[in-house]
Ligand binder design. Sequence first.
Ligand SMILES: [Zn+2]
Length: 303
Amino acid sequence: MVAEHITNLPSSKSSGKRSRTQMLVVHSAETPLAAGYAASVTNNWLNRSDVEASINAFFGPDTTVRSVNTDHAAWHATWANGLSVGYEFTGYAALTRAQWLTAAGKNMLDRAGREMAADAKIYGIPLRYLTTAEVNAIANGNQTIKGIATHAQIDPANRTDPGAGFPFDVLMGAIKRYSGTITPPPASPQGGTITPIQEDELSAKDVAEIKQHINALLINTYTSNGVKNLPGVRPILVENQKRMGALAGKLDAQTELIKQLAKGQGVTIDYAEVEAAAAAGVAKAIADGVDLDATVTIKKDAQ
Ligand SMILES: [Zn+2]
């Protein structure tokens, strides 16, 4: 990114404050794409009182010239003056993409990105180019469509700027970078840039949800949607193991009771044996390394 360098060459050639702003309009100034032209053309041509033209900002590779107050309607695009901010870019509509993308051109596009990102934010302009149909709709009175347009779309009868070779994608990339939509790649210690590995970005909501899942798995109790002390997975697991152990113990105790009763009438029940069977059943059920304290109670008055 180039350093911000601003040249203030104020102009009062405007139709006054705009009541609404629907477009940012891109022009090529039909000058060489080189340092010096943005300031000199604004000074010696655009800001001359006898010239019936003006612009809000003029981008060169060396500086950003601010001329007509950004809130005011500059005389740059006939019917769209009162609906748009106008930007001149040094360079010709006939330039090829390669000619626009020289080092000087890239510097200019970068500083344009900075200025246009700020203006788009101020006026609520979405970061996208309008179709010609959308520009025509605005011309016909549509007051809701907003975006970035070219002078050629506004005055197709006699304007072609900024031309087919203009690097609209590079300009949009710079606008988005400065608007914070795209995080610029960090500079590498060897110079140049590092291309960051694309990662899924987690929203604060995603993170909160993941934390809840982790709590549910690992922590004894957790809170969800304001409900406190919900049992996590672990206490549910522990409880189930206890119940399984107790059930196994009861089954073994019942089996022992039946065995003793099967000996016939008048037999004396040996409760110690029954309890021992129950304990053995519990022990067997939990033998696989689960550290639990299941218990079973045998009612001695059961007949
Ligand atoms: Zn133009």
